[in-house]
Write a protein that binds this ligand. Structure first.
Ligand code: 5GP
Length: 191
């Protein structure tokens, strides 16, 4: 029998560079041996997002039916009316074959995965150098209105309160060192 695969979870307040870090870990010659766990959601696909690649895009009815039949390891209403969930099949099928998986899920989902899988899961919190710096970054992107920036900063401050419960915290001050720190922690977990 092959060794059961391991689980890595990355969580971060929005605007902390989590997707860029994941991209860096999974692409290129030095890509880590991790497969992305494709979550399910009832939100609409954005431009460039393919079904089954970015997410499994479900109708609200189909999502709630999957909740009812126990298809999810965890699920959350991350934004009002917008559901996201980790499919049991994504984790259990892959790890049973000895493959390692990486999840990009919200803070509460990460803590639930840790509660369920214990030492098999490494949960990593990516944080901004400070809430003020996060605000400066979001303002610098100039993609969000002041109200949306206020909401994101408020949510980030709330989420930062969960950071101490994570196995590892990585401060994304400099992208290269944040990627290096995350990579080192994952390599130790997979060893
Ligand atoms: P977005 O809509 O921008 O792709 O994702 C919004 C948020 O939902 C992000 O914080 C992302 O990490 C979180 N998320 C994505 N998939 C899941 C999931 O399966 N479970 C949970 N709890 N959160 C998720």
């Amino acid at each position: 029998m092959c060794k059961e695969g391991r689980i890595v979870v990355l969580s971060a307040p929005s605007g902390c560079g989590k997707s860029t870090i994941i991209h860096n870990l999974l692409e290129g010659d030095d890509a880590l041996p991790l497969e992305f766990s494709v979550s399910a959601t009832n939100r609409a696909p954005r431009t460039g997002e393919a079904d089954g690649v970015s997410y499994h895009f479900l109708s609200t009815e189909a999502f709630l039916a999957a909740v009812a039949d126990g298809s999810f390891v965890e699920w959350e209403e991350v934004y009002p009316g917008r559901f996201y969930g980790t499919l049991r099949s994504e984790i259990d099928r892959k790890t049973a074959l000895g493959r390692n998986v990486i999840l990009d899920i919200d803070v509460k989902g990460a803590l639930n995965v840790k509660r369920i899988y214990g030492d098999r899961a490494l949960i990593i919190f990516v944080q901004p150098p400070s809430v003020d710096e996060l605000r400066r970054r979001l303002e610098g992107r100039a993609t969000d209105s002041p109200e949306v920036i206020d909401q994101r900063v408020g949510k980030a401050a709330y989420e930062l309160g969960f950071a101490p419960q994570f196995d590892i915290r990585v401060v994304n001050d400099n992208l290269d060192s944040a990627v290096a720190d995350t990579r080192a922690a994952i390599e130790r977990h997979l060893a």
